[in-house]
Design a protein around this ligand. Structure first.
Ligand code: SF4
Length: 183
């Protein structure tokens, strides 16, 4: 008889079975940027519904996530961009183009996220990215459809040259989750 793979996660002393938590009737959850299913999570309070994508994913167990909201940022909120220089480096220099660094550098502490009001929101971005990566781990998700060009969700479509990843996309990729960019 085929032996089932069983993995357990520890949560504050409580033992969770990822086999039980992570699958429903054999389906594996798939993460998706909340705005892509039309939820009003974007910085401007709008959504970014991608009906064709949802049709193509019919039958999948979709788990919507918004890393910026999970990090504690309000909606609506000022638009944000990633700049070189670690947290607390102050306002971006005039020579710093928005998007001249990406999520990888933010996770490594060599870049920061600053909103259009000049407020450093790096901590919230990192908190949200880690929450999403932890959620993927707890649920056993191995794939994520993420909104393109976002400083959080972009999977290699953010910033100068549109080649960088957002902070949450970078955290998920580091956890071994396949990240798929959705325009
Ligand atoms: S792109 Fe990501 S962070 Fe931005 S609203 Fe959509 S889900 Fe939230």
């Amino acid at each position: 008889m085929k032996r089932k793979r069983r993995r357990t996660l520890s949560d504050g002393g409580r033992r969770l079975s990822s086999e039980r938590e992570g699958t429903r009737r054999g389906r594996v959850p798939v993460l998706i940027s909340a705005c892509l299913i039309g939820l009003p999570t974007r910085f401007d309070g709008g959504g970014r519904l991608r009906a064709e994508l949802l049709e193509s994913l019919a039958g999948e167990w979709l788990v919507p996530v918004c890393p910026e909201q999970l990090g504690g940022l309000p909606t609506p909120r000022a638009a944000q961009d990633i700049f070189p220089g670690g947290p607390g480096a102050g306002s971006p220099a005039p020579a710093d183009a928005p998007g001249s660094a990406g999520g990888e550098e933010v996770l490594d502490g060599s870049a920061r996220v600053v909103n259009r009001d000049g407020v450093d929101v790096t901590e919230a971005f990192v908190r949200g990215a880690r929450s999403v990566a932890e959620l993927a781990e707890r649920l056993g998700a191995r794939r994520a459809y993420l909104a393109a060009r976002s400083p959080s969700c972009a999977a290699a479509s953010y910033g100068v040259g549109a080649r960088l990843s957002g902070v949450a996309a970078a955290a998920l990729a580091r956890s071994g989750v396949e990240v798929i960019d959705v325009e």
